[in-house]
Design a protein around this ligand. Structure first.
Ligand code: 13P
Length: 399
């Protein structure tokens, strides 16, 4: 219901001086707590899935719940894939329902980072999906890799060139934060941040959001930070509360998790207040576009009397069309009534209306359509339908 365009959402935050929390979701417990906090504070929220943490959960299993929760929420939600390591992971993130992606080229040399990010931007924008790039390196994402320990701070001049050449929508910067828990208070370079903000003029992102003071968060937001990634504080809270529960005698399964949900909700609500996103839901829902999938529908008859020829065409189509960027699902239908004007249908779900043209012209589609489908299905009708969600329906009723 309230899956919104992430570019609209972060542009709104940037223009109105607040930051949207991107809370990392590694379990249904976190998903439940984060969305509860967002609903209770009437705050927008980003549900953040992080590729380097795929060892903690089965992403194919988790994602349908994440997308469903986002759609059913009454507050604005975006679903983002963080630290995508390749073009294939970006395509897979979009297929799983993400409407924002981040490409992690921060440890590459600048020209390589620009090339990698530009390739991702071309693919993602072709699917309507905005992209977060990263310049400079925020340490601590992969603590077991030596190189990861060094912080490389973002240069404003390089940031200008990076944004111009890649056309990213948001920029993650390194100005002194780190992933995980810091030893002591972090010293942040606000002067650097202010110069980056002036140079790029797009929403900025802070990775390693755990452990800053309220005053530090406010200064970051004042200098253009519109998205704050937050995980370690929540992970630690789960561990601490579970340990506390287990220290009691004879704790059962329920007892082990007692008060974990409540503690998580309280912490997420706290930062939503500090980051000034609380209470913003209504204005965002009015001002930002919703994220609607498109159903590409073809109804047709085949002119072949040999059912195996049709079967080969169907199998080829299902397998090949699913590999096109921005395709979420390919389904095949058969009429339940023999007297139907059209006996078969294809239902191809696209992430966004931008996919329509790219799909049509994609070599995989052209080859399948010209060699297998069109010669067999001369009698056909094709249409694209934007899926209208409940919120839009309610708005139309009010209008
Ligand atoms: P923390 O774990 O420090 O909160 O940072 C999370 C993050 O930046 C994920 O990309």
């Amino acid at each position: 219901m309230a899956l919104v365009n992430m570019k609209d959402l972060l542009n709104h935050a940037y223009a109105n001086h607040y930051a949207v929390g991107a809370f990392e979701i590694v379990s249904l417990k976190l998903l439940h707590a984060v969305i509860t906090a967002a609903e209770q504070t009437r705050s927008p929220v980003i549900l953040n899935i992080v590729e380097p943490h795929f060892d903690l959960f089965d992403v194919e299993l988790l994602m349908p719940s994440v997308v469903d929760v986002a759609r059913r929420a009454s507050v604005p939600v975006a679903v983002h894939m963080d630290h995508c390591e390749s073009l294939a992971s970006v395509q897979s993130a979009i297929r799983l329902g993400c409407n924002g992606v981040m490409v992690d080229g921060a440890q590459d040399e600048l020209p390589d980072n620009i090339n990698k990010t530009r390739e991702v931007v071309t693919l993602a924008h072709g699917c309507g999906v905005p992209v977060e790039g990263e310049l400079g390196h925020v340490p601590g994402m992969k603590p077991d890799i030596d190189d990861d320990a060094k912080s490389v701070q973002t240069s404003a001049n390089e940031a200008r060139v990076f944004v111009e050449r890649t056309n990213v929508d948001f920029l993650a910067v390194s100005i002194g934060t780190m992933h995980g828990v810091a030893n002591g208070k972090l010293r942040l370079d606000y002067n650097r941040l202010s110069k980056i903000n002036e140079a790029v003029n797009i929403p900025l992102v802070i990775h390693g959001g755990t452990g800053l003071t309220d005053q530090q968060y406010h200064k970051l937001i004042d200098q253009g930070v519109a998205k704050i990634n937050y995980f370690t504080a929540l992970a630690e809270l789960i561990v601490a509360q579970t340990q506390k529960n287990l220290s009691k005698k004879e704790v059962g399964y329920r007892g082990m998790f007692a008060n974990v949900h409540e503690a998580l909700v309280a912490e997420v609500k706290r930062v939503m207040q500090v980051w000034r996103s609380a209470g913003r839901a209504a204005e965002i829902l009015i001002q930002c576009s919703t994220w609607n999938n498109v159903e590409h529908v073809i109804v047709y008859n085949t002119n072949d009397n040999d059912p195996t020829v049709t079967q080969i065409m169907l199998r080829k189509g299902k397998q090949k069309l699913s590999s096109i960027p921005g395709v979420l699902e390919v389904r095949i239908g058969r009429a339940t009534d023999d007297k139907s004007k059209y006996r078969y249908c294809w239902l191809v779900r696209f992430a966004h209306e931008n996919v329509i043209e790219n799909y049509k012209n994609h070599p995989v589609h052209v080859e399948f359509a010209d060699s297998y489908f069109r010669p067999l299905a001369v009698d056909r009708v094709t249409n694209d339908y934007e899926i209208i969600d409940d919120m839009e329906l309610a708005r139309q009723f009010r209008a």
